[in-house]
Design a binder for this molecule. Structure first.
Ligand code: FAD
Length: 403
């Protein structure tokens, strides 16, 4: 039970962050502990929602609305949710959090603060979005379906998904990215060319090998972007998707171990007693791939549920190797592990660059698997990641494409 004394309160569990990891954690706690009080502090003004829909389903499924996208965390778990409340400070020694002017005591604390978008030095107007939140989606939706010119900066997952979403919503899209070919870091050359070609065919103006040097507001609130090299692009709005930085400052200020994320062990414990971390913000020891930080939804929900159970007393370790998925235009794919063409690449196509599997290897061992239009093989792919190897093209081909 919580004791509300106006300025000081006590909860069994305090979860900092109200994203998908915190939602999973509240559910995980309830699997073990039906009674303990849970407080969720969320800087986001909205209650928890799923993020992947912000760049996909909310654009592509006319029957799916924002009201279908809430996670109902508080109703389902009985947690007390404080949206729009930033945790300013934690004191693991005293087991307290300061947030919204209150000093809150906890028995167990979860840091699930996720990440904040890398920002470009662009005008601060509502025509420039560093895309991450439901509020960003709402604003971009106001700008869509109006035949406006929108520059999407960044050719990775968020950028490619938003470019596809916008061009299918009556928007003139220019996609600006540094690579020679779109998505040529994760995808092998033939697939990347086909992927890029589809964007061109769908009417997206492509600006490969381009980075934005600066931007300024011009007449009527439009934005003029200047690219490295000097050329300019005049647009009505700009959306930036160039990656995130993990939000580690609460942990750092409290003296917790931080190294590209809050460092946790296999039970998701930080270096401070009574404090756990999970999701996008956590650097954890993956059972198959070594220490890493992952920014995927399957990771957020599964690690969230796991850390919730552990905080509530379960004897468990996090052994899941998460998958990533994306859907754009006619493409649908999943990936497990490291999907990076700087590794050795072995391709196994059922239909060339349309349906098949790509393996990514280091020193003869599979580190990543891309499942392109191939369903229900993620567990088999995880099994291959767990094998010692050495693997060769001959023994990998057909393993995930045989039926
Ligand atoms: C638009 C978008 C689309 C995506 N699509 C996919 C996809 O298709 N497939 C996939 O696998 N992954 C996808 N992802 C990634 C996936 O959604 C994330 O990995 C996941 O949501 C991370 O959850 P999280 O709770 O760890 O972090 P976050 O979602 O970042 O949540 C952390 C929350 O903590 C809050 N917070 C931070 N600091 C404080 C503080 N001091 N006090 C209180 N609150 C604080 C933040 O405001 C935020 O709401 C997508 C991400 C985005 C942004």
């Amino acid at each position: 039970m919580s004791t509300d004394t106006g300025t000081d309160e006590t909860f069994t569990y305090v979860l900092v962050g109200s994203g998908m990891t915190a939602d999973g954690a509240a559910r995980g706690i309830r699997e073990i502990d039906p009674e303990g009080s849970i407080l969720i502090l969320g800087a986001d003004a909205d209650r928890p929602y799923t993020r992947p829909a912000l760049t996909k389903k909310l654009w592509t499924d006319p029957d799916f609305t924002v009201d279908d996208n809430w996670m109902n965390t508080a109703d389902d778990t009985g947690a007390i949710l404080r949206p729009g409340t930033v945790a300013d400070r934690i004191d693991p020694g005293a087991r307290t959090v300061v947030a919204g002017g209150r000093r809150i005591s906890y028995e167990k604390l979860l840091l699930a603060t996720g990440g904040t978008p890398h920002r470009l030095d662009l005008p601060r107007t509502d025509r420039v979005l560093h895309f991450r939140t439901l509020a960003d989606y709402r604003r971009l939706r106001e700008l869509a379906d109006r035949d406006l010119r929108v520059a999407v900066i960044g050719g990775s997952f968020i950028g490619t998904e938003l470019a596809a979403a916008l061009v299918q919503h009556d928007t003139r899209v220019t996609l600006i990215y540094p690579d020679q070919v779109l998505q040529s870091t994760p995808f092998p050359p033939g697939l990347a060319r086909r992927f890029e070609q589809t964007y061109a065919e769908q009417g997206v103006t492509l600006r490969p090998e381009s980075t934005v040097a600066s931007g300024r507001e011009i007449d009527g609130g439009r934005i003029e972007l200047t690219l490295e090299g000097g050329s300019t692009i005049d647009v009505d709005a700009v959306v930036v998707g160039i990656g995130i930085a993990p939000l580690t400052s609460l942990a750092e200020d409290a003296g917790l171990d931080v190294d590209d994320g809050i460092v946790v062990d296999e039970q998701l414990r930080t270096s401070a007693e009574g404090v756990w971390a999970a999701g996008d913000v956590a650097s954890y020891p993956d059972a198959r791939l070594g220490r890493r930080r992952v920014e995927h939804v399957d990771h957020a929900t599964t690690m969230g549920e796991t850390v919730g159970r552990i905080m509530a007393g379960a004897e468990e370790t996090y052994t899941h190797t998460p998958l990533f998925y994306s859907d754009v235009f006619e493409f649908s794919y999943e990936a497990v592990g490291e999907v990076d063409t700087s590794l050795e690449v072995i391709e196994d196509w059922i239909e060339p660059n349309a349906r098949g599997v790509v393996f990514y290897l280091r020193d003869g061992r599979v580190r990543g698997v891309l499942l392109w239009g191939v369903q229900d093989k993620a567990d088999d792919a995880r099994g291959i990641l767990a094998e010692e190897g050495p693997h060769t093209a001959a023994d990998l081909r057909g393993r995930l494409t045989a039926d």
